[in-house]
Each structure stands twice: as C-alpha cells, then as structure tokens.
Ligand binder design. Structure first.
Ligand code: SF4
Ligand code: SF4
Length: 168
C-alpha cells in the first residue's frame, strides 16, 4: 500500500458550476457527452450560488463494499480506490442505497452500477477544471478521513435540505 495514497480532493468553494468535469467524465467512460453518465456530479444551489462536486470518496471501510451480496466490490490498495467487478454485479442496487455520497450511478440498459475509478490513476476531470476545484494529490490517511467526514456532513446537509424542500 502507498504510504501516502493519492486521492481526488474537491474544494467546492472554487467550483463555478460549469459542469465541464461531468462532460469530460462521461465522454471518457461512455463515449458520450451526458452528465447522467458522469461519475462526478455537480450539485447546484443556484439561489445561494453554491456548487458542490460530489464523487466517490473511495471509503476505507466502504458501505457499498460491505453490503454487496455477491462481493462485486473490493478495494484496490495500489490506487487506493474502491472498484466494481462488472462481471459479478447483478444490479441489485444495494450499493446505490447505502452510499452516503450518492456516488454510485446505475445504468438501466446494462443493469450494472458505475462509479469513479480515478481513471486508473489519471483522473480526467482534474485536467479540465481550470479553477482547480478538483485535484488529485497525495494525502495522509488521517487527512483522507477528515475530508470524508467533512464530505459526509455536506451530504447530510444536502439530504436534509432536499427533505425540507419536499415538505414545502
Ligand atoms: S461508492 Fe460511496 S460508499 Fe462506496 S466507496 Fe465510494 S463513497 Fe464510499
Ligand atoms: S448493484 Fe452490483 S455492485 Fe452494487 S451491491 Fe448489487 S451486486 Fe453489488
């Protein structure tokens, strides 16, 4: 295992909401320019001028990995990422339900899930983000855990805001 693995680090304060990262991701992985097929999602709060790119946090104790009934999800310690074996996936979507970051996508045609794979260690979204809101840097395990906790708080606040808006 890397002493200091590299991780996708998102600074939402720099994000302008251009969504170029979504387009680049979908083109790279699916050959189409379609944000629905992107593994990075920009949550937009237009009124507040707030844009929050969300992607897989490559959790160390990943809920998706723990819940998968056919052990299709595992950790790749070389790139410090969580990977899906699409040959094993049966499309049950349990992993989609438990991810606190909404990081699992589902392809209704293939009936398989998809998620950020860090572009095999060369994340394309990083190249195209002029604002450097998305970066791929070496981080300590402790820093990774802190960033995951912060992201979880943002995800919780986002879910709560969606609940409140649905009650209006
Ligand atoms: S898909 Fe979600 S639960 Fe699974 S490793 Fe990524 S962030 Fe964690
Ligand atoms: S959708 Fe696939 S990867 Fe996700 S829990 Fe079900 S079998 Fe596992």
């Amino acid at each position: 295992m890397h002493a200091n693995p590299k991780a996708l680090v998102i600074n939402y304060e720099k994000c302008t909401g251009c969504r170029l990262c979504e387009l680049v991701c979908s083109v790279h992985h699916h050959g189409v320019s379609n944000p629905a097929k992107s593994r990075i999602k920009v949550e937009k709060w237009e009124w507040e001028g707030l844009y929050i790119p969300m992607s897989c946090k490559q959790c160390i104790d990943a809920p998706c990995m723990n819940v998968c009934p056919v052990k299709a999800i595992s950790r790749d310690e070389i790139l410090s990422r969580v990977v899906v074996d699409h040959n094993l996936c049966i499309g049950c979507r349990s992993c989609v339900a438990v991810c606190p970051f909404g990081a699992m996508g589902f392809d209704p045609v293939e009936k398989k899930v998809f998620k950020c794979d860090l572009c095999d260690g060369d994340p394309k979204c990083v190249y195209f983000c002029d604002e450097k809101a998305v970066d791929y840097v070496e981080v300590s395990r402790e820093a990774l855990l802190r960033k995951r906790e912060a992201a979880e708080k943002i995800a919780q606040a986002h879910r709560r805001a969606v609940e409140l808006m649905s009650e209006i």
